[in-house]
Design a protein around this ligand. Structure first.
Ligand code: ADP
Ligand code: TPP
Ligand code: MG
Length: 324
């Protein structure tokens, strides 16, 4: 797969159609793809007849830095962010489309390796890159659209949590934020956390599995557990209480916290980008071991909609692009 564009210079030298050829030549396909890249549009089969769709924009400096992450890692991460949204509806991801803005003086190897990362993360989730667009611009920008299929499950929205439900999480919490804290201070280790920031591992299969188990609401944690549960509480008109004793703060994360002067619980509660999946389930549901019960859904009250050990959380609940 590799090698086509290596040493071929810049995007500007290659030209629009050379770049598209370079990018699409790296892709793999799946049986769901009836018409892949190269035509006016892609055609996908949709066995369930309900297509799940989500889009996210990522820009250099705000979502990733080229001195922190390789192009391949940016590809893995930006695909993961979008595919996790599909899984969090209870669906199986099928396809990804990439709108790509790059400056003309960028080496071709960067978008080429980005595409390798997108392709490989799609493969993890069972999907394929089926199309996109390339445009010249000043700042590297990715606009990614992910599609999925419900495969017979009912969509699990953010709105269905009911008082008495348990709140359960699967996947990592706080690892990406701890890695970000390390990178932001100019360090490159501990590697496990830096790698978690560069390349999150969303538990894709848990999304459809949760739908099958009878989850009443579900979302992926992109902005932070408290922030994303805030959307669930608001949509369901309920209160959610998180028990910190149920959360895992690994020893090494606590060490980083000490070194940089941050309470590691803050990373676990408000750090985004690990793309864990958090869902609410009726209390009688027997949850497989991968789910950790971290709180419960309560009747609405005048107090904050998401509480931590019964108290309002003081401070930011998570990432906000327009926050202070
Ligand atoms: N510019 C927009 N136009 C229409 N809908 C939007 C826009 N921005 C966000 N939304 C919708 O608002 C909801 C929340 O968005 P967001 O917080 O980005 O979700 P996520 O974390 O799942 O990416 C999503 O359903 C998204 O489609
Ligand atoms: C250079 C850099 N600075 C800061 C961050 C942290 N960060 C950027 S976006 C984000 C939250 C998730 O992104 P968003 O665009 O809100 O995704 P969505 O919730 O729409 O899926 C976080 C924690 C980062 N990943 N890289
Ligand atoms: Mg979004």
């Amino acid at each position: 797969m590799r090698g086509h564009g290596q040493g071929r210079g810049t995007v500007g030298e290659l030209g629009e159609f050379g770049l598209i050829r370079e990018l699409t030549s790296r892709l793999t396909t799946t049986p769901a793809v009836r018409v892949g890249p190269g035509d006016d549009a892609a055609v996908l089969s949709a066995p369930d007849r309900r297509v799940v769709a989500s889009t996210d924009v990522l820009i250099e400096g705000r979502h990733f830095r080229r001195d922190w992450s390789t192009a391949y890692d940016v590809g893995r991460k930006s695909a993961a962010q979008n595919l996790a949204d599909i899984a969090a509806m209870g669906a199986v991801p099928t396809a990804l489309l990439l709108g790509l803005v790059v400056p003309a003086d960028l080496l071709v190897t960067w978008p080429a390796e980005l595409m390798d990362g997108l392709r490989d993360e799609c493969q993890v989730a069972g999907a394929a890159v089926v199309g996109g667009d390339v445009v010249r611009g000043d700042a590297i920008t990715l606009a990614i659209t992910a599609l999925g299929d419900m495969q017979g499950h009912e969509p699990v929205t953010r709105a269905g949590a009911r008082p008495g439900d348990v709140v359960a999480v699967t996947g990592w919490l706080g690892w990406s934020a701890a890695g970000h804290a390390v990178l932001a201070r100019g360090f490159r280790s501990p590697r496990a956390f830096v790698e978690a920031h560069r390349r999150p591992e969303p538990p894709y299969q848990a999304g459809p599995a949760a739908a099958g188990l009878g989850a009443t609401s579900m979302t992926d944690v992109s902005d932070g557990l408290l922030a994303d549960l805030g959307h669930v509480a608001e949509a369901g008109k309920v209160r959610i209480d998180i028990r910190t004793a149920a959360l895992d703060v690994p020893g090494q994360m606590a060490d980083i916290g000490k070194a940089v002067g941050v309470d590691p619980l803050q990373w676990v509660l408000t750090g985004g980008e690990d793309h864990a999946i958090v869902a609410t389930f009726p209390p009688h549901v027997k949850l497989p071991a991968r789910w950790r019960v971290v709180g419960e859904v309560q009747a609405p009250s005048a107090a904050a909609q998401v509480t931590v050990d019964g108290e309002p959380w003081r401070g930011a609940a998570g990432w906000d692009h327009f926050g202070g």
